[in-house]
Design a protein around this ligand. Structure first.
Ligand SMILES: *Cc1c(COP(=O)(O)O)cnc(C)c1O
Length: 380
């Protein structure tokens, strides 16, 4: 590795997580590999998930979908966020399903398809309470009517009807039942308009694992795929998911300092006693949030040590106390873990930063190398 830190991604964990979720849901699974596979590398994650039994890939944008196709991945893929002037020709030619939330987008997709003479395969998205993308109750009847019209004309084929949940990670939320009801009504209206979608889907990771009535034909899994418990457990959680990503680096400088030594910019940390400070070549440009100041820890020398002082763009300082630390010692910033006897987890970093694990994972900077550990079957 030539960089200063690496994100080591265990593709065996990705595969295990697919199997773990599949055993619970008994439905088809869509591996959500948007945002470069939540920072894990979309292409290797997609391949590992497909080998483990996922049958669909989900991405946000046309560019992400086309990058999968460019890597030779031909599995069914849904892309769901588009500008109305996106180049839909490319998606249609690449056989990517287009998520459609507005009639504006539907007209653009159908125009492209009719021009090409190749029907676009679309999946119509209903807004059932998230109030983000998707057609709301007012727009849905119009959207399904137009979609049916284009189907008859040969411009589109409606493969799917779907929606996204707002708070499935909150146990017992009344919002979930409301969204299921609204979704069922949207489905009824779609069928009433003459559509016959054979892929109906609503669940994300949290719902897939906990809410059977949200599962329909397929569950779209993001967080669980990467081994992070969707219900906020700091470790593997009740479902035994395996964290796939370990962020690690190496100590690049060590100093023994006296009590009263100011550390990093400010300084906002002053040593209380003589201690050993270890410098890590990893900062906020690499995804360590400054907001974790005063709380963050890393794994060094077989125990947890606090990150002290301000996290800088490229570096941060760890107070190792009286641990015998040397330049070149390995450090785990976060990885699979459970409690104080293991490295911190991404969920802990998220808590320290006041955010969610998704933001920490997708915030890992571009200069952190990605190192993919193949599943054991591949290595053999
Ligand atoms: C990101 C995303 C998912 C995955 O959600 P998780 O909670 O991470 O499983 C599923 N569906 C859509 C539409 C998404 O944008």
């Amino acid at each position: 590795m030539s960089g200063l830190a690496e994100a080591v991604v265990d593709l065996g964990a990705i595969a295990d997580n697919v199997r773990t979720v599949a055993a619970v849901t008994d439905t088809a699974l869509m591996a959500v590999v948007k945002a470069d596979g939540f920072g894990h590398g979309a292409v290797p994650v997609a391949r590992a998930a497909l080998r483990a039994g996922a049958t669909w890939l989900g991405v946000t944008s046309a560019a992400e979908a086309l990058a999968l196709r460019g890597a030779g991945i031909t599995a069914p893929t849904l892309s769901w966020l588009h500008r109305p002037n996106d180049d839909f020709d490319k998606l249609i030619n690449a056989g990517v399903d287009v998520g459609v939330s507005t009639t504006t987008h539907l007209h653009a997709v159908a125009d492209a398809a009719l021009r090409l003479g190749v029907p676009a395969t679309v999946q119509l998205k209903a807004d059932t309470g998230l109030t983000r993308n998707g057609a709301g109750r007012d727009e849905w009847p119009d959207l399904v009517t137009w979609a049916r019209k284009y189907e008859v004309e040969g411009g589109v084929r409606v493969r799917g009807v779907w929606s996204h949940l707002a708070d499935a990670d909150v146990p017992g939320t009344p919002g979930l039942a409301r969204q299921v009801r609204t979704f069922s009504e949207a489905l009824r209206l779609a069928r009433g308009a003459g559509l016959d979608p054979d892929l109906v889907h609503l669940a994300n990771s949290a719902a897939a694992l906990s809410a059977p009535r949200t599962r329909f034909d397929l569950c779209r899994i993001g967080l669980a795929l990467y081994g992070v418990d969707p219900f906020g457990a700091l470790g593997p959680g009740a479902f035994g998911l395996r964290a796939a990503l370990t962020l690690r680096t190496t100590v690049v400088n060590v100093k023994r300092v006296a009590a009263g030594t100011g550390v990093s910019y400010g300084p906002e940390y002053v040593t209380a006693a003589p201690t050993t400070l270890a410098l890590l070549p990893l900062g906020y440009a690499d995804g360590l949030p400054r907001a974790t100041e005063g709380r963050a820890q890393v794994w060094l020398g077989g125990r947890r040590c606090p990150v002290v002082g301000r996290i800088a763009m490229d570096q941060c300082v760890v107070d190792a106390g009286d641990l015998p630390v040397a330049i070149g010692d390995p450090v785990v910033v976060f990885g699979p873990g459970d409690d104080d006897t293991t490295p911190p987890t991404v969920a802990e970093w998220a808590r320290w930063a006041g955010t969610n694990p998704h933001e920490i994972l997708t915030g890992i900077g571009a200069r952190v190398g990605r190192d993919h550990l193949q599943e054991r079957a591949d290595v053999a």
